[in-house]
Design a protein around this ligand. Structure first.
Ligand code: GLU
Length: 476
């Protein structure tokens, strides 16, 4: 065990930021302006529950307003505190800049264990929190747009959006005040899967680059890669599901709150998820070996490690023992600054959080645009696209007939080609494009500068440069 003190989450983000700006040529004042959080609002409010008044503490932190609205999720968890919310808000700024979502960075949190309350109680607590935030424009379509995070989902977003709409009855854009809403309440197809889908697209792009695969000491494609995932929540579940079902990865380890499952033959992610929903934990799952000490599985031999749960899980205490040559940070801040130094020296390739989990905010951006334009994606073009494709197919079939029917279009081709893209396909295509472009922008810096050793520093350089450019354009 090292005797060096582990920095807090916010200090970790600052240390990583400082490492990157040391390689840039920013005026010192601007550097400081970008680094610090602009404001953090703390609210304490009471809700009468079960015959007594319970007091809750919540936060909304705004890190950077170089673009507005500012954007970022709201988490419900007992560990929520100001330091954490500020670190997460800073990551949102860099994340949005990296994937070119036109937002500043923000984050919120409510210190609560959602499992202790029933649905009706949670609704009252959420609406009251939303009321406190909306009153101060900390929920607002053009100022501050929350989204789901740990412990929250579509249901909470629907309550928040409705609360805002009740308080702003004439706001035609009210639905754009929050993203991650259910489809029938102004949401968008593909938002729930988006962060996990983004992790898949990020890995697919990584595996298109032979040099990068080699840097991680790996070879070949995603097919057959052994993956360990920590956290089977929304992000971890979707990432593991898509990687195993569509890319041929083998999920050999799943780490959850109550322990971990391990099986060199691969684990059925859907089966574990169903088990988890029914039993509240992974213990007792029949088709894998259960270990109570879940953290130990982080140190198992595998090709790709996906921390998709909490921050700080890879730290000075276990970094030396991590064997995965490639880590993709599906969670925010799973690797502390100290652990990052150790892993970098070992040659571990880390696909950093601000890129790896940006799929969520990317599709949030699409949802926000959909809400502001008041029309579903694809509604205008879809049938027209199909009609034009039908013309081509008719023409090809005529040619085929003229050639004596020797060359026939395959059914598969016709089916695929004739179908115009619906909203889900468009969302996935937009997300894939975003993840590919953002990866290339990081990668260019990683490979073109001798003083940039890792993808994280490259990601910071790209995003800080974009934030700085927007401050410069404002004349700051
Ligand atoms: N909570 C997610 C994140 O940390 C999504 C944020 C959003 O969609 O605004 O990126």
């Amino acid at each position: 065990m090292s005797t060096i003190k582990e920095p807090s989450f916010r200090e970790s983000v600052d240390l990583m930021f400082n490492r990157a700006v040391a390689l840039m040529d920013l005026p010192p004042g601007l550097e400081e302006k970008i680094r610090v959080c602009n404001a953090t609002y703390t609210v304490r409010f009471g809700v009468r529950l079960r015959g007594e008044i319970k007091t809750f503490t919540g936060y909304r932190s705004v890190h950077s307003e170089h673009m507005e609205p500012v954007k970022g999720g709201i988490r419900f968890a007992m560990g929520v505190n100001q330091d954490e919310v500020e670190a997460l808000a800073a990551l949102m700024t860099y994340k949005c800049a990296l994937v070119e979502a036109p937002f500043g960075g923000s984050k919120g949190g409510l210190r609560i264990d959602p499992r202790q309350y029933d649905e009706h109680e949670l609704e009252r607590i959420t609406r009251r929190f939303a009321y406190e935030l909306a009153k101060r424009d900390l929920i607002h379509p053009s100022q501050n747009v929350p989204a789901p995070d740990m412990g929250t989902g579509e249901r909470e977003m629907a309550w928040m959006a409705d609360q805002y709409a009740r308080m702003n009855t004439t706001d035609i854009n009210a639905r754009a005040c929050v993203t991650g809403k259910p489809l029938n309440a102004g949401g968008i197809a593909g938002r729930v899967e988006a962060t996990g889908r983004g992790v898949q697209y990020a890995l697919q792009e990584f595996f298109r680059e032979p040099l990068d695969i080699q840097k991680a000491g790996l070879s070949g494609s995603l097919d057959g890669k052994r993956v360990i995932v920590q956290g089977l929540g929304n992000v971890g579940y979707h990432a593991a599901k898509f990687l195993s079902e569509e890319d041929g990865c083998k999920i050999i380890g799943v780490i959850e709150r109550d322990g971990a499952l391990f099986s060199p033959d691969g684990i059925d992610v859907d089966a574990v998820q169903q088990w988890l929903a029914k039993n509240g934990g992974v213990s007792g799952f029949p088709d894998a070996t259960y270990t109570e000490n879940g953290a130990a599985i982080l140190e198992e031999d595998c090709d790709i490690l996906i921390p998709a749960a909490l921050e700080g899980v890879i730290n000075l205490g276990n970094a030396d023992n991590i064997k995965a040559p490639l880590i993709i940070e599906a969670a925010n801040g799973p690797i502390t600054a100290g652990a990052d130094n150790i892993l970098r020296k070992k040659g571990t390739v880390i696909i950093p959080d601000m890129y790896a989990n940006a799929g969520g905010v990317t599709v949030s951006y699409f949802e926000w645009v959909k809400n502001l334009s008041h029309i579903r994606f694809g509604r205008m073009q879809r049938r027209q696209e199909e009609a034009r494709h039908q013309l081509v197919v008719d023409e090809l079939e005529q040619i085929s007939a003229a050639l004596g029917g020797q060359y026939k279009l395959t059914d598969g081709f016709k089916q695929k080609y004739l179908r115009g893209a619906g909203e889900l396909e468009l969302v996935r295509s937009g997300l894939d494009d975003t993840m590919r472009i953002a990866y290339q922008s990081m990668r260019d810096v990683w490979h073109s500068r001798d003083d940039v050793e890792d993808l994280r520093t490259a990601a910071y350089l790209v995003s800080i440069e974009k934030v700085a450019a927007s401050y410069r354009a404002k004349g700051l």
